[in-house]
Each structure stands twice: as structure tokens, then as C-alpha cells.
Ligand binder design. Structure first.
Ligand code: PLP
Length: 388
């Protein structure tokens, strides 16, 4: 019998529908230069020092003296130490608490294997779809928290075992403040719940009340598993490397259990990918990464200002590379998607892809090139000029 839980996942593949609509429009309007504001991937290439490290890593594999095969199930110690010192300097995370993976998409639901299969999972609506669909695929029961007017989850009265918090957030483009996160930590400690804190967009956050790591907050080590990826900062989305933190305070047996689980379920991230991740901390790589993030952030600000000036209701675009935009004139999101495509030659993502509460929103991404973003904003401005 096939996995019945998998069969229950919504069968309509919304991204296929989106791609079909875009392909149809391009075929019938070859004269329009379509610009994607739907992109969830990065557009800058891998920084040169990181590429150099990958080349060297390939050389290691070609030499009997430096060849690396199986073994680093939870990551190379050199990378784990670099992460602990560079990302957590004075927060007291030891390298033994760092587990390297092949992407946060994998890690964020893999950690569910640490907990009993009866664990009840809570996420938002809208949400990064993997929290919901990945948990369902693993046979977990998924619930949706109430959200405030900024689409941030409200702490529930009921007890849940696992809470996914994405901050800075895909798809809404905002981030949880220290005060908001303290309420969740308090809830998790009282209820013996675990917070899976997806921090893949950490490098985009700039508002002073947004923590860089959940471990800046008191009590978080008892209940939070922080996830980070090298996809969005070092452009390693096609190379695959990530990590997460299992603090010792999560429980006496957590590390033994996780190691047992991992030895039987995962042979470690690629050696070349881990060497690339390690090189992303080199000063010359950091410089390039900061420049790239700055460029995406400029897109975010420009898109936000342009859309607001045109009269749109906009959330995000400052602490994350996404904007959550209310559709014009009460249109449903797929209709608004069609409107942006046909009138402006712009691809957006219908909010319903991220949950039913996204029905009247579009997700707009700042991860494209500066040039295309400027052109997109010029088109929006021109279309709405009469109202500006
Ligand atoms: N988490 C969030 C919130 C994301 O938006 C994405 C990718 O878009 C991921 C995780 C996946 O990251 P990775 O490339 O490390 O699998």
C-alpha cells in the first residue's frame, strides 16, 4: 500500500500551474520581456573564494593521502568549529552541538525523527510549505496557528509538540521580534515543546529588535533547534549544505538518539559542499556575500517603496527578501497573478500556494538582479502613474 499520508497532500501542483500559465503567456506574447519577481532562489553566483575551496576539495578527493569517504555523519569538525565560533561566538554553542546537513529543506523535517510519531506539529498559515507537507509526508498531524494582522503566529492555548517558526520569514518577508519570540520560548518551556527555528534568511535581518540567533534569548537552549543554510547567503542552493543546532539542554538523550538516528539514516553532507561552506566564512568571501545581500536588500526597499506608492498594502521587504502584497481591488491571488503577468509582464507567486490565508496576497521576491528589479518597478510605476 502506498503512503496514505503522502496521498493526502494537496494534489494540485500549484507551481506547475504557475509555470504553465507563464509558458502560455510567453508563447502568445513573444514581444514581452517577462521578469520574474517569483524567484525563491538566489541569482548571484557562488563567490570566487568558495569556488576555489571546492576546486581544492576535489583535489583532496583525487589524492590517496587526502581522500575523504564515509565518516563525517554530522559534519567535518573543521566546519562545525568554524560555525560554532563564527556564528555563535559568545552564545556558548559548542561544536558538538552543531550538526551539518545537506539543506534546511531536508533538516527541518528530518528532526521530527527525534520525536515520537504522535508529535503534533504547529505551523503558520501562510507558511513555507515544506513544514506542512514534509510533516504530513512523515505521518505527523499538522495544525495551523492563528495569525495576527502581520501574519505572525499567535501563541495558542492548546499544547503542541513541535512549532515551526520561520524568521526572517518566507513567504511574508517580516521577522519575529525578541519580545514575540520570548512568548514562544515561554510557551515551549511550559509545555515541553520544541521550536524548530528556521533562520535561513538570518543575513537579511537588520531591524534592531530582531535577534540574529534564537540563542540570544534566555531559556531558548532548553527548547529551540535553530536551522541555518548556506543556500541564501553563499549561493550554495545547488551545492547543498546546511546546519542545525541541538543544544545539550534539550535533554540528556537527545545527542545519543540523534547520532543513532543519523548513522542509520544519513551518510553526511558532501565533502566538497562542506569545504565550500567553510570557505564562506573567509573574509574575502564574507565581503562578497555582504555585497550580494546588500544588493538583494536594495531590491527589497525599491519594490516596497514602489508598491506602496502605487497604493498596495505591503508587508516585509526589509528584514527578508520577500514582500507580502495584498492583491488589488480584492482580486483572488490567481487572478492578481494573471493581472501582473498580462498587464506588466511580471511573474509573482499567488499567496494561496503558502496556505489558505494567502488567498488575497501575492509573494514578491527581491532575490532577482538589480537591473530586472528596477525595470519591474518602472513598469509598476508607469502603470499606476495616474494614481501616484
Ligand atoms: N527554509 C526556508 C524558509 C526556505 O525559504 C528555503 C528555501 O527557499 C529553505 C528552508 C530551503 O533551504 P535549503 O536550500 O537549505 O534546503
Amino acid at each position: 500500500m502506498l503512503n496514505q499520508k503522502l496521498l493526502k497532500i494537496e494534489r494540485e501542483d500549484s507551481y506547475n500551474k504557475l509555470n504553465r500559465l507563464v509558458a502560455g503567456f510567453k508563447a502568445s506574447h513573444p514581444e514581452v520581456k517577462v521578469i520574474s519577481l517569483g524567484i525563491g532562489d538566489v541569482s548571484f553566483p557562488v563567490p570566487a573564494p568558495v569556488v576555489e575551496a571546492m576546486k581544492k576539495a576535489c583535489g583532496d578527493l583525487a589524492d590517496m593521502k587526502t581522500f575523504q569517504g564515509y565518516g563525517a555523519y554530522w559534519g567535518l569538525d573543521s566546519l562545525r568549529k568554524t560555525i560554532a565560533s563564527c556564528d555563535y561566538g559568545d552564545l556558548g554553542i559548542s561544536f558538538e552541538e552543531v550538526y551539518v546537513g545537506d539543506g534546511t529543506k531536508t533538516d527541518c523535517t528530518a528532526v521530527l525523527e527525534l520525536l515520537d510519531s504522535s508529535a503534533k506539529v504547529l505551523t503558520g498559515d501562510p507558511t513555507y510549505p515544506v513544514y506542512k507537507n514534509g510533516s504530513l509526508a512523515m505521518g505527523r498531524e499538522v495544525f495551523f496557528a492563528e495569525c495576527d494582522e502581520e501574519f505572525k503566529m499567535i501563541v495558542p492555548k492548546e499544547r503542541y509538540d513541535v512549532i515551526y517558526i520561520c524568521s526572517p520569514c518566507n513567504p511574508v518577508g517580516n521577522a519575529y521580534t525578541r519580545t514575540e519570540l520570548e512568548k514562544w520560548i515561554d510557551y515551549a518551556r511550559k509545555n515541553g515543546s520544541y521550536i524548530v527555528y528556521d533562520n535561513v534568511y538570518r543575513d537579511f535581518a537588520e531591524s534592531p529588535d530582531i535577534p540574529r540567533s534564537i540563542y540570544e534569548l534566555e531559556g531558548s537552549r532548553e527548547c529551540c533547534i535553530e536551522m541555518h543554510s548556506f543556500s541564501k547567503n553563499a549561493s550554495l542552493s545547488g551545492v547543498r549544505c546546511s546546519y542545525f543546532i541541538l543544544p545539550k539542554e534539550l535533554g540528556r538523550d537527545v545527542h545519543d538518539l540523534w547520532r543513532e538516528r543519523t548513522i542509520n539514516r544519513f551518510n553526511g553532507a558532501s565533502y566538497v559542499a562542506q569545504k565550500a561552506a567553510e570557505a564562506s566564512y573567509l573574509p574575502n568571501a564574507r565581503e562578497i556575500i555582504s555585497r550580494n545581500i546588500k544588493a538583494y536588500k536594495e531590491n527589497g526597499v525599491l519594490l516596497r517603496e514602489t508598491l506602496k506608492k502605487a497604493g498596495f498594502d505591503v508587508i516585509g521587504g526589509i528584514d527578508a527578501p520577500y514582500l507580502w502584497v495584498r492583491t488589488p481591488d480584492g482580486m483572488e491571488c490567481w487572478e492578481a497573478f494573471g493581472f501582473f503577468l498580462e498587464e506588466l509582464g511580471l511573474i509573482t507567486v499567488p499567496g494561496a500556494i503558502f496556505g489558505s490565508r494567502g488567498r488575497y496576497h501575492l509573494r514578491i521576491s527581491a532575490l532577482g538582479s538589480n537591473e530586472e528589479c528596477r525595470e519591474a518597478c518602472r513598469r509598476i510605476e508607469e502603470y499606476y502613474e495616474k494614481d501616484i
